[in-house]
Each structure stands twice: as structure tokens, then as C-alpha cells.
Write a protein that binds this ligand. Structure first.
Ligand code: FAD
Ligand code: FES
Ligand code: MG
Length: 281
């Protein structure tokens, strides 16, 4: 079965938003879950978070950053074209209920998975303080959407071109220091940002959750590719996660595993770009 692409736009340099006709996925989707797609029969499977969904229309939105071969190939597709597979929703949905004040911290493409969470936490009656950031203002995504979905929104950029000049975690610390009772912090972004953020928030009396992006193949608990260590125990990110207690995650192991296939990934991307230059794609 093919899944039709209904909309496709570049929302920041090399960051794309794609709306896909996938009624079965849309019907069952909840914040915190993801899909695994395959562009064609020969393509590899890649996981992407469900950034938005509309049950009535049967549509699912993903937001992805061009990283290597598959995401570069995905970026070339247009509305009207189709994907071979679009499997989901996968993973355990975020545990969203009325808790009180929540801080949502997102870096780079990590703001995409935070967006449905901001909507759901707000709908559940929480006060949602969102802190989003990027390297510079052009790379910042979903600012208007996050502002609408949150009670308060703060922005940080590494180069100071918008909002606070520095890291999202600086703002998170200021809020935690302000005396406001915060029940939970959710941090989503590059592994190093989640590791640093978890370290900053750890001394405070607050629950800290991170969403892990370990390497996935089947996404259903069968292959073991997504193994992570949490609290000294082996967990499968695809079925036990992707969200885990940040204080217990072995981030160093995760970062080493993510870099494990770097050589092959570089070769695949270079070969694909060469084929593009030769007009093969
Ligand atoms: P490659 O050159 O193959 O890889 C670049 C880097 O991506 C690798 O070094 C590795 O860190 C990671 N990666 C490669 N293959 C996989 C794989 N099979 N599974 C997981 N990571 C991989 N990215 C987004 O842009 N938007 C999202 O919403 C998003 N959600 C994700 C949700 C989950 C649960 C997971 C596990 C990952 C998510 N990612 C998301 C990351 C995305 O899957 C990778 O960027 C993508 O697989 C890279 O593929 P590539 O061939 O373009 O790059
Ligand atoms: Fe295969 Fe999780 S991706 S077990
Ligand atoms: Mg790849």
C-alpha cells in the first residue's frame, strides 16, 4: 500500500514538513509516538516522530532534517508522490495528565516532537512553559505553533540572533530557580543537549524526561537495534520508550551507538549525491 504525500514544504534550511495521507496511523496516534517509513522497496527504514495529526482528515505530519542519504532522498519528494511504507503509531505515548507546571525544552529538530506534547499537556489542564532553541534564528522551527500551544514561550539561539544568547538549558535553569513549583521537565534535542539538560535539572526536585533517538530497524521490539541502558537495565527504545527518566539514561553509550555506522552513512550519502549530480535521481 502506498501512502500519498499531501503537502511538503521546507520550513527552515534543510528542515522539511511533510503531511501524509495515513488514516490508520492518524486514528490511533498520540503525542510522543513515532512512525517508521520507507521511501521505496529498496529503501532503509527510518523513524520519525509524529509532529501533528488530524484524525478526521486522516493525515499525519512529520518534520525532518536532512542528515544523510534517506532524509536527503525524502526531501526531494513532492506533494502527489507516495511513500512505500508508513508504519505506526509506534512507541509508548507520553504520559500526559494534569500535573501542574511543566517545562518543555526543545533544541533544533527536537522542537518537532515537542509540539504535539505542548498541545496535549495544555489540553490536559497544565501550565506549559516552553523553551525552544536553535543554532540561529533561521533554523528555529514552529515558533508560532509553540507559542499558541503554550502558556509561555522563551527562545534561545547559540549566536544570539533571536531571544536569549545561549542555551535553552540556561533559561530552563532560570525558571527552576525562580521558585515556581515545576512538576516535570521534558527535554528533546540532540543527545548532548539532553545529557547537559538532565545534568542541569538533576539537583532540583523535578521529574526529568528525555526522548531518545537510538538507531531503529523494525520498531517493534524484535531486532534489538534500539537497545539503551536505563537505570542499569537494558530497555528497547521502540517499545519501552522513546521517553525515559533522564537521570537514569546512559547517554555516553547512546552517543557511541549513534556514531557506530558513521563510516557507512557517509559513504551512502556521498554515493547518493554523486548519483544525483549524474541525474540518476
Ligand atoms: P544517516 O547518514 O543514515 O544517519 C545520520 C544519523 O542519524 C546517524 O549518525 C544516526 O545518529 C541517525 N540514524 C541513522 N539511521 C537511523 C535509524 N535507522 N534510526 C534512528 N536513527 C538513525 N529525525 C528528524 O529529523 N525528525 C524527527 O521527528 C525524528 N524523530 C525520530 C524519532 C525516533 C524514535 C528516532 C529513533 C529517531 C528520530 N529521528 C528524527 C532521527 C532520524 O531517524 C534520523 O535522522 C534518520 O534515520 C537519518 O537517516 P539518514 O539516512 O538521512 O542519515
Ligand atoms: Fe528493533 Fe527496537 S527497533 S527492537
Ligand atoms: Mg541512513
Amino acid at each position: 500500500m502506498a501512502y500519498r504525500i499531501l503537502e511538503k514544504e521546507e520550513i527552515a534550511p534543510s528542515v522539511h514538513r511533510m503531511v501524509v495521507d495515513a488514516p490508520d496511523v492518524a486514528k490511533a496516534a498520540k503525542a510522543g509516538q513515532f512512525i517508521i517509513l520507507r521511501i521505496n522497496e529498496l529503501g532503509e527504514r527510518i523513524p520519525l516522530t509524529i509532529a501533528d495529526f488530524e484524525k478526521e482528515k486522516g493525515t499525519v505530519t512529520v518534520i525532518f532534517q536532512e542528515m544523510g542519504k534517506t532524509t536527503k532522498q525524502l526531501a526531494k519528494l513532492s506533494a502527489g508522490e507516495s511513500l512505500e511504507d508508513f508504519v505506526g503509531p509506534l512507541g509508548t505515548p507520553s504520559d500526559i495528565r494534569k500535573l501542574g507546571t511543566i517545562i518543555l525544552v526543545g533544541g533544533g529538530i527536537g522542537v518537532a516532537p515537542l509540539y504535539p506534547q505542548a498541545i496535549s499537556y495544555t489540553e490536559a489542564g497544565n501550565r506549559v512553559i516552553s523553551v525552544i532553541g536553535a543554532r540561529n534564528k533561521d533554523l528555529l522551527i514552529l515558533e508560532d505553533e509553540m507559542r499558541k500551544a503554550s502558556s509561555e514561550l522563551y527562545i534561545a539561539t547559540d549566536d544570539g540572533s533571536k531571544g536569549h544568547h545561549g542555551f535553552v538549558t540556561d533559561i530552563m535553569k532560570k525558571i527552576l530557580d525562580s521558585g515556581e513549583k515545576v512538576v516535570r521537565v521534558v527535554i528533546i534535542g540532540p543527545p548532548i543537549m539532553m545529557k547537559v539538560g538532565a545534568g542541569v535539572a538533576s539537583p532540583y526536585d523535578v521529574e526529568i524526561l528525555v526522548s531518545l533517538n537510538s538507531i531503529m530497524v523494525d520498531g517493534t521490539g524484535m531486532c534489538g537495534g534500539c537497545r539503551v541502558t536505563v537505570g542499569g537495565k537494558t530497555r528497547f527504545t521502540c517499545v519501552d520508550g522513546p521517553e525515559f527518566d533522564a537521570r537514569k539514561v546512559d547517554f555516553i553509550e547512546l552517543m557511541n551507538k549513534l556514531a557506530m555506522y558513521r563510516g557507512e552513512e557517509i559513504i551512502a550519502a556521498e554515493k547518493y549525491e554523486e548519483e544525483c549530480r549524474c541525474g540518476l535521481h
